[in-house]
Design a protein around this ligand. Structure first.
Ligand SMILES: *[C@@H]1O[C@H](CO)[C@@H](O)[C@H](O)[C@H]1NC(C)=O
Ligand SMILES: *[C@@H]1O[C@H](CO)[C@@H](O)[C@H](O)[C@H]1NC(C)=O
Ligand SMILES: *[C@@H]1O[C@H](CO)[C@@H](O)[C@H](O)[C@H]1NC(C)=O
Ligand SMILES: *[C@@H]1O[C@H](CO)[C@@H](O)[C@H](O)[C@H]1NC(C)=O
Ligand SMILES: *[C@@H]1O[C@H](CO)[C@@H](O)[C@H](O)[C@H]1NC(C)=O
Ligand SMILES: *[C@@H]1O[C@H](CO)[C@@H](O)[C@H](O)[C@H]1NC(C)=O
Ligand SMILES: *[C@@H]1O[C@H](CO)[C@@H](O)[C@H](O)[C@H]1NC(C)=O
Ligand SMILES: *[C@@H]1O[C@H](CO)[C@@H](O)[C@H](O)[C@H]1NC(C)=O
Ligand SMILES: *[C@@H]1O[C@H](CO)[C@@H](O)[C@H](O)[C@H]1NC(C)=O
Ligand SMILES: *[C@@H]1O[C@H](CO)[C@@H](O)[C@H](O)[C@H]1NC(C)=O
Length: 814
């Protein structure tokens, strides 16, 4: 239903008359929730109350219509559209009309699973309690993810669910609509039928920010269709520790690359969110330093010098703020020994005063409670809550025990320990967010969006992102592309699974489980097997061989024999979907059965072997790296990655992804990055930016507009790329700098300063041009001051690739 027809529809329904004297934002006529035809949940042989974990059943018979094409209104998205330091007068008026109970309730976020009964239906007793007694302002997650069932996530049922508690919210308690948030991190992963995009690490590998924008844009629409207004993404963390379980959730190991992706990603999610009701609020997270645990374990201790933090971790968050990100999330655990959730230095001085963030700041899950429950940094809930409110500008608490938070804050205010002005500061930001998102105009979901969920138009965008994300790293004797006539043996369970090539934060936080496999995708996916079958026109030759954990299964012993008979063998290496502590690993060493069988095939047969990597982590390739003939790193191309991967293997297009992180050769390299000191060892398996295509692209005529680089006088760098190959090539061009001498501070080996990606037709050339400013060469010294130091600078196009070209300039400080 479009907006106008929604009003028409509402006029025909009963209105609630309210005698409230609140500010003008609260209407005294409140609409009933729109009606959605939701057919009943199927029951299993009359069993209504399902156990928490109920495998292999998709009990929601509904699916979205998924129209082929759709149009939605366009709004001007240019310029800064985001929170500001001023709060609208009608928001302040509303704030002034609220009781302290109304206000404190706005600061808490309740998990949606708390309101799902064992029958899978909404628990209205809980909803009434939450609204009337606790005046809850926000809700997170979905009716199924952590409630353990997949029976409530068709967009129709999900929307009906949120509209049902929203109607209670706008008619009872503070009567303020609830803002709902969810982890829409690669498309709306918790909405059935919603288009799944690649993992962000793949988006980074595309070196094409349009894909971050598209994932955000489509994910926002699909999320809004179910009455959810806010996503806890994108992530601006940096992949500097390769053991860490969450690297695939980020855009790579370079601050500039991440910053470009963050800017596009926030714009895609939010657009003009103050006008566009198909958009949602974005969150930059996790602020800050979360991604660098010493031992590689999630939430492990981080010790990051402040100058390093400012140089390599802050800029990408600043890009998200500059893109208008309406909200931010602090990070789990401690940085430099201090709990982030109470850090004045990080959350006030740095984030608010220096980076000028004015939007809503939310805690990561349970972090206030964790101070005394887990971290031993507070005596009790009161102590923990006091420190967070007193020392930081955190506005909202996400976690278990939401009602305890409300009671605790009320006690702190009533006893005078926390001034009411501190509460007003947070609540004004939260209410402004709700106004900007249009919740006071219409608190319910937009029914017209439901039919667009899973549209072919969106699926094509997801596939394009996956296509551009595939990284060709080795291709001896042109083993690739494969030809449909060849007898190719495919080995590995990722060949016949959408869930394994998608990863976590899809279907459920930890990904679809082993019992469900791909069924919860409801057909909104394809496997690599299906992609290959479509291209070769027959059933592919496939042996599973090992489990997703890498342990042998029946068929393992036939692999060498079958490999001898084949023209080529493609091994698919994978990893079970997972995130956070549940996905911790202790070594980058690959599972032995998986490694050994590939090694045996290489050693005991003469059949050429291709490695296809589909994993959360860069697992060590050992000897396989030199012994194999071809390597493609596909990371996690997503539920629609099946066809694109098959197309790349069979040369339907030439790959164009580049490594967005350094791929270690041995465990000791887990914390190695390409920007380590110039004179230090950098000897990874695959370097940052490495990758090529099926065409031979040569570079020439690198030219600088001036050989003297001075502040205030940017120079232009241009280079010509020629396509010697037979196919069209989408070519990413990466420009790096190296300051050859930098007094006192060892220069980094390289720093990425710019990139661009354009198609080059076979037999033609294209000129790429970039600007370089002296100011970009500034760096933070030990006193945390950003300084410039003179010296010779090399400008390198495509460092670490065979076709690199270099030009030199001299950097002056004035
Ligand atoms: C919408 O959800 C409510 C609450 O779960 C339920 O009572 C109602 O039947 C649903 N509406 C339809 C049309 O099924
Ligand atoms: C519904 O919520 C109330 C209040 O929290 C709780 O006491 C009750 O057990 C819940 N009912 C179900 C079916 O989960
Ligand atoms: C933040 O605001 C201050 C004061 O207006 C300004 O000096 C500073 O440059 C701003 N910082 C950023 C990163 O925009
Ligand atoms: C919480 O801890 C603080 C600090 O030790 C103490 O003063 C306070 O009495 C404690 N509160 C409760 C409810 O135990
Ligand atoms: C923090 O606590 C101190 C000491 O109790 C108090 O003076 C100050 O007003 C508090 N600040 C905030 C923002 O709550
Ligand atoms: C946090 O607040 C407590 C209580 O006011 C105070 O003792 C402590 O110094 C504060 N810490 C910081 C980093 O401001
Ligand atoms: C409709 O969707 C199809 C499938 O993605 C796409 O190929 C086509 O270009 C779209 N047509 C329009 C008019 O957008
Ligand atoms: C692929 O997996 C599906 C179940 O997800 C199964 O039905 C099918 O037999 C498998 N195909 C092959 C070739 O193993
Ligand atoms: C690419 O083409 C150039 C120019 O023709 C040639 O010198 C070079 O050897 C080729 N490289 C490869 C890898 O084929
Ligand atoms: C080299 O590039 C410069 C700058 O783009 C251009 O002016 C010049 O004509 C080019 N030379 C050749 C030989 O292409």
């Amino acid at each position: 239903m479009r907006y106008s027809s929604l009003f028409f529809y509402l006029a025909a329904t009963v209105d609630f008359k309210l005698c409230a004297a609140q500010g003008s934002l609260i209407k005294n006529t409140v609409a009933l929730q729109p009606q959605i035809d939701v057919v009943g949940v199927s029951t299993l042989e009359g069993v209504v109350c399902l156990p928490d974990f109920f495998p292999l059943q998709d009990l929601d018979p509904m699916k979205p219509k998924s129209v082929d094409n759709y149009t939605i209104p366009q709004f001007d998205e240019s310029g800064y559209i985001g929170p500001t330091s001023s709060i609208d007068s009608d928001v302040l008026e509303l704030l002034a009309s609220l009781s302290i109970e109304d206000k404190v309730g706005q600061m808490v976020q309740v998990p949606m699973w708390d309101m799902v009964g064992c029958d899978g239906l909404i628990n209205m007793t809980y909803v009434n309690l939450m609204v009337e007694k606790y005046r809850v302002g926000s809700v997170l997650d979905s009716p199924s993810n952590n409630a353990g069932r997949w029976n409530l996530n068709s967009p129709q049922r999900f929307a009906n669910f949120t509209n049902t508690f929203q109607q209670v919210a706008v008619t009872k308690g503070s009567k303020i609509p609830i803002v709902n948030g969810i982890d829409t991190l690669r498309g709306a992963g918790f909405v059935k039928g919603a288009t799944t995009f690649t993992a962000p690490v793949n988006t980074g590998a595309t070196f094409n920010p349009i894909h971050a924008y598209n994932a955000g844009r489509v994910g926002a629409k699909d999320t809004r269709s179910v009455g959810v207004h806010w996503t806890f993404g994108p992530l601006a963390d940096i992949n500097v520790q390769k053991l860490w379980s969450r690297n695939y959730e980020n855009f790579g190991e370079d601050p500039y690359l991440i910053g470009e992706m963050m800017h596009a990603g926030v714009k895609g999610v939010q657009g003009n969110y103050k006008k566009d009701r198909t958009r949602i609020a974005a969150t930059f997270k996790h602020f800050i330093g979360y991604s660098d645990p010493r031992n590689g374990l999630d939430q492990g201790d981080r010790y990051i010098p402040f100058n390093h933090l400012l140089e390599f971790m802050v800029p990408q968050f600043q890009r998200a703020i500059d893109a208008g990100s309406a909200t931010g999330m602090e990070a789990y655990g401690a940085l430099n020994g201090q709990d982030t959730i109470v850090s004045k230095r990080l959350l006030k001085t740095l984030l608010r005063d220096q980076m000028n963030f004015t939007g809503v700041l939310i805690s990561d899950f349970n972090e206030i409670y964790s101070q005394f429950d887990k971290h031993f940094t507070a005596f009790n809930m009161s102590d923990a809550t006091f420190m967070t409110l007193n020392n930081t500008s955190v506005d909202m608490s996400m976690g278990f025990e939401p009602f305890l938070f409300v009671d605790t804050v009320l006690d702190l205010v009533n006893s005078g320990l926390i001034p009411e002005s501190r509460i007003d500061e947070s609540v004004s930001r939260i209410l402004q967010l709700k106004k900007d998102l249009g919740l006071f105009e219409n608190p319910y979901s937009d029914l017209s969006l439901i039919d667009t969920v899973g549209s072919a138009q969106d699926v094509e965008l997801a596939r394009d992102g996956a296509r551009e994300s595939l990284i060709l790293l080795k291709n001896e004797n042109n083993v690739l592309p494969l030809s449909p006539e060849e007898n190719v043996l495919f080995v590995g369970p990722s060949f016949n699974s959408s869930s394994y090539i998608t990863g976590a934060w899809s279907i459920r936080m930890q990904g679809a489980n082993e019992y469900e496999k791909d069924t919860p995708y409801g057909g909104y996916c394809d496997t690599i097997l299906e992609g290959v079958e479509g291209i070769i026109g027959r059933t592919p030759n496939y042996i599973q061989g090992y489990t997703i954990e890498g342990d042998r299964v029946s068929g393992y012993d036939t692999i060498v024999r079958q490999a001898r008979k084949a023209d080529k063998v493609v091994f698919l290496f994978g990893e079970r979907p997972g995130t956070e502590v549940a996905a911790n690993i202790r070594s980058l060493k690959m599972a032995e059965d998986q490694y050994n069988i590939a090694r045996r095939v290489i050693r005991e047969t003469s059949t050429p072997v291709v490695l296809l990597l589909l994993q959360n982590h860069p697992y060590l390739l050992g000897e396989l790296s030199s012994l194999s003939d071809g390597i493609i790193n596909a990371n996690l191309p997503g539920a629609y990655g099946g066809l694109p991967v098959a197309e790349a293997l069979y040369g339907k297009f030439s790959p164009s992804g580049r490594q967005p992180y350094s791929y270690p050769k041995m465990d000791y390299q887990a914390p190695v990055t390409y920007f380590s000191p110039l004179w230090n060892e950098y000897d990874p398996e695959f370097a940052f930016g490495q990758g090529f295509g099926y065409n031979n692209i040569t570079y020439s005529n690198i030219t600088v507009s001036s050989a003297e680089l001075r502040p205030g006088n940017p120079i232009t760098v241009s280079v010509t790329a020629f396509n010697n190959g037979k196919m069209s090539q989408l070519e990413p061009v990466l420009m790096f700098t190296t300051q050859k001498i930098r007094r006192e501070y060892a220069p980094e080996r390289y720093r990425l300063r710019a990139f661009d990606k354009q198609p080059i037709a076979p037999g033609t050339s294209r000129v790429f041009s970039f600007n370089l400013a002296a100011e970009e060469m500034m760096f933070y010294n030990i006193d945390n001051e950003r300084i410039l130091s003179e010296g010779p600078v090399d400008i390198t196009i495509n460092a670490f690739n065979k076709n690199a070209v270099v030009e030199s300039v001299y950097l002056h400080v004035n």
